[in-house]
Design a protein around this ligand. Sequence first.
Ligand SMILES: *[C@@H]1O[C@H](CO)[C@@H](O)[C@H](O)[C@H]1NC(C)=O
Ligand SMILES: *[C@@H]1O[C@H](CO)[C@@H](O)[C@H](O)[C@H]1NC(C)=O
Ligand SMILES: *[C@@H]1O[C@H](CO)[C@@H](O)[C@H](O)[C@H]1NC(C)=O
Ligand SMILES: *[C@@H]1O[C@H](CO)[C@@H](O)[C@H](O)[C@H]1NC(C)=O
Ligand SMILES: *[C@@H]1O[C@H](CO)[C@@H](O)[C@H](O)[C@H]1NC(C)=O
Ligand SMILES: *[C@@H]1O[C@H](CO)[C@@H](O)[C@H](O)[C@H]1NC(C)=O
Length: 639
Amino acid sequence: MSFPKSSFIPVLLIIGFFSFNVWAKVDMTMEDIVEVYLDESADIRCQYVFSEHPRAVMIQWFVRNPGSRTRERIYYGDDTLQIVDNGTDFMGRITVSDIRDKEGVLLTIQNVQLSDEREFFCQVNGMAAGNGEGKTHLRVFDPPESPVIEGVLAGISVTNDLPSRIASCEARNGFPKPNITWYRDSRPLNPAHGKINVVTLVTRESSGFYSVQSELQYKVAKEDKDALFSCEVSYYVPGAARTAESKGINITVHYPTTVVKLWMESPRGLVKEGDTVELRCQGDGNPPPPFSFHRDQDSETLEARDDTLVLSEVTRGDSGVYQCRSLDLDSNQEVTGDAQLSVHYLDPAVVVPKDTEVMFKGENLTATCNALSSLETATVWFKNKQKVGTGHMLFLHDASYATAGEYICEVTVPSLPGLHTSGSVHIIVQGAPQMKDSDREVKMEQGLGKWVNLSCEAHSQPLPSISWSVSGSQSWREVLTRATEQNTISLVSIKVTSDITAFCNATNEMGTETKAFSIRAIPMVTSTAPYLPAEGNGVIILVVILCILLLAILSSLLYFLHKKGKIPCGRSGKQEITKENANKDEIVVEMKTDTKTEDSVLLKGINGDKNGTSNQVTIGYLSCTKTGAYCLQFLLSPV
Ligand SMILES: *[C@@H]1O[C@H](CO)[C@@H](O)[C@H](O)[C@H]1NC(C)=O
Ligand SMILES: *[C@@H]1O[C@H](CO)[C@@H](O)[C@H](O)[C@H]1NC(C)=O
Ligand SMILES: *[C@@H]1O[C@H](CO)[C@@H](O)[C@H](O)[C@H]1NC(C)=O
Ligand SMILES: *[C@@H]1O[C@H](CO)[C@@H](O)[C@H](O)[C@H]1NC(C)=O
Ligand SMILES: *[C@@H]1O[C@H](CO)[C@@H](O)[C@H](O)[C@H]1NC(C)=O
Ligand SMILES: *[C@@H]1O[C@H](CO)[C@@H](O)[C@H](O)[C@H]1NC(C)=O
């Protein structure tokens, strides 16, 4: 801005001049509203265009005081003087400067305060060139703090006739005044008569900020127990509107009980005697009403803990209908729930015949096993842990000794595996003795004078006794009798003196069974020569021949040596010629002086007999004739 040097004219004169210069014109351009955040700086432009070039221009800025029509000047400037007026709110915070490239001035307000929200007037006076005025409304903004929501902790009953206070929300220190909106599950709640009231309290703080408190009054329904309530604060900022949402809160809704349910919590499935049963009761009201438990329609109250009735070690007598009753205090109505309890049972098994039953061989018997149960049962018969039948009847046909034994029936309840019982019967089968191998006559041969053992084994119930009759031998005796539970065994030892026939009779009260033996006596050949295997003969003959040959050579050698006098003859003594560590077959030649009349050479050799304790066997005798005093003994020792 440029002020012509000679244009200073007193204010009074300006006003007078202004009144008659109507033909001259100034076009003013100012923004209606300038928006700014608190504490920031605001720029207000004042642009003007003169229709006639002015000789001097005078600029003044005014503000309108809030709540009054009076204006206060805050700035004066012409081409010689620029004054920021003393004693105003803007002292020290405003500057006025030229607008670059354009005819006009820029008012800058630093550190904007809430109280700066006013109308700013720009007055331009060009004397004869005319004058003009424009205004701008400065708006100041400061966002409020985040909204704080608080729910009502106490339960709210759906039976309340009027909307109840359920939550309050506060947004503090905002400028300008923020708004609060309520939401239920993200949907806005608009006030509705008799259903939703919103009570708002706006406080102007001494600092100039606004704090808004909002209370939601709401007629709750049962569905609201799971709803989430929240509030939202909305406020303006320069050039925009913003919102901030609070967290969601729950409310506790109280509603009457209309339905009561009673059910068996444990055990799962069927109940058997001895089980501990838990019946639980639940109503659909909130808070849960107190319950009482009853048997059938009885007025007597069963002892229970809260919502659970525990029946320990139930019996079939506990079966029946149980009832849970709840009295709603609001509506004063009794609501009940029923549950049927069926306690299943399986009585001990009754077996017929009981304990022990005696059967005769060949007889038939039907055994039964029954156990009373509230459920369908299954019966299996076992003998020696083997399954022998199913069903509650067991048919024993044509009894034999194998039939005898302990029969166990096991009764189970397929639908309730915990239930099972068992019973047993011991079957004894009586009959005539049964001899082992009685059907064939035992024939055997034995050397005369030898002993033979004959045995008989018989079984029966009652136990058989065994007796023998032997013909053909005077010399026999029973060497063993043994009786087990069902068997009797007898063993006799007989000397074979001639052909023998023997019988053994197994006898009890029920009968006799006989087993026959016949023994043919064979005369003994009194040969003491040991038996030689045929194939060994050839080898032995060969060895004998070789020995004779060797003997002949040795004899000649000895005779020759004797003649030469190398070996003393006729003296008592023994010399051994030992070939140490020779081949596998070691030959020991032993020379003995023998004074006995008969000299002999004993030849020993390896025999093929593997089982014999001795590996040496006598294979024959050779008479020593020529050597006289010498006897040669050949030992063929095996390795
Ligand atoms: C402006 O204020 C200062 C002190 O704040 C004072 O000295 C001065 O005289 C005042 N001027 C006017 C014109 O009131
Ligand atoms: C607050 O509510 C008033 C009245 O409904 C409305 O004029 C104003 O724009 C709202 N303010 C905000 C920040 O939404
Ligand atoms: C609301 O309340 C229910 C029961 O009181 C609770 O299970 C649920 O977590 C709550 N939800 C919130 C968001 O607090
Ligand atoms: C045993 O039962 C079978 C077949 O059921 C029958 O043929 C037989 O005569 C019966 N025996 C006795 C001794 O009753
Ligand atoms: C016969 O039995 C007796 C006694 O058990 C036994 O000592 C003997 O060796 C047996 N004799 C024969 C030839 O088996
Ligand atoms: C054995 O039984 C037969 C007939 O079964 C009888 O003749 C014999 O005398 C009996 N012998 C003995 C020793 O009991």
